[in-house]
Design a binder for this molecule. Structure first.
Ligand SMILES: [Fe+2]
Ligand SMILES: [Fe+2]
Length: 279
């Protein structure tokens, strides 16, 4: 199937998210603060604390199944100190896209939360330090879809139709319509938001983990988490097709049957709790 005209998704336009008319004010405001050069944890903490509505959403999110801290965290200053700059930045973006994700694509928020939980769980099983970083990567891995839907709604609907008709994954269907797909868009934005190189690479290559050079293990974790959540039938990510699991990435993780069972259970438990904790 060939499309008549491929929409040229321009990097400079996407990077300038603050001026995109379709992007809601909350996301623009958060984008503006997190892309500031030299932003400190203190500064970001003050930004959150100065907005009571945002502060309460941050506490709700930190105490949700996404992060899974055993004790309840009640103070912003403690949450910020505990999580660090990049996790707080990711968390703020998660809050900013929560509403628009559900409007842009029903089920994408649940898919993203499922992926965040699965990725953190795999990271814990692999004994990786700071598994919260994986919550962020999981939560934001498909943020490019949100931006594409906001900017090119009709065309993205067409991509979803192509995926359904041709029984192909949405990331392949995007290629018929757009010059760049959601992983590229997310890569441009996470670079612009000054996230660490590892996180940018993980998000850029989550459908093609073999391309990962700096962070192959981290990319494998998000790739496998994404497929597990889809295979479990949780949420919606633009198509009803479960993409092939990259065997190299899967082998790299070396998960036992017990690990896999446990990860799937954690995804089920967490997604059951989502609506109460973040709704
Ligand atoms: Fe994706
Ligand atoms: Fe995904």
């Amino acid at each position: 199937m060939k499309s008549e005209a491929i929409i040229n998704v321009r990097k400079t336009r996407i990077e300038n998210i603050i001026s995109l008319p379709t992007v809601p004010g909350n996301l623009k405001r958060i984008s503006a603060i997190i892309e500031k050069p030299g932003l400190t944890l203190d500064e970001l903490g003050r930004f959150v604390a100065s907005d009571p509505a945002l502060a309460s959403k941050v506490l709700k999110m930190v105490n949700s199944a996404i992060y899974g801290f055993p004790g309840r965290i009640t103070a912003i200053s403690y949450a910020v100190m505990l999580l660090g700059l990049n996790v707080v930045k990711g968390l703020l973006l998660g809050i900013a896209v929560l509403d628009i994700m559900e409007k842009a694509m029903r089920g994408l928020w649940t898919h993203s939360v499922g992926c965040a939980v699965a990725a953190r769980c795999i990271a814990e099983k692999k004994g990786i330090k700071d598994p919260e970083d994986f919550s962020i990567a999981g939560l934001l891995h498909d943020i490019g879809k949100v931006i594409l839907v906001l900017e090119y709604q009709k065309e993205y609907e067409k991509a979803m139709e192509v995926a359904a008709e041709e029984k192909i994954p949405i990331f392949n269907a995007e290629k018929y319509i757009f010059s760049n797909g959601h992983a590229d868009v997310a890569m441009w934005l996470t670079e612009k938001w000054r996230f660490p190189r590892n996180l940018v690479e993980v998000i850029a290559n989550h459908h093609n983990p073999a391309l990962s050079r700096v962070a192959p293990l981290e990319t494998a974790i998000i790739h496998v988490a994404d497929i597990f959540v889809r295979a479990r039938g949780i949420g919606f990510a633009g198509d009803s097709y479960v993409p092939d699991l990259n065997t190299q990435a899967f082998d790299l993780l070396n998960l036992s049957d017990v690990d896999i069972k446990d990860i799937l259970l954690r995804i089920d438990d967490a997604t059951d709790a989502i609506y109460e904790s973040t709704g």
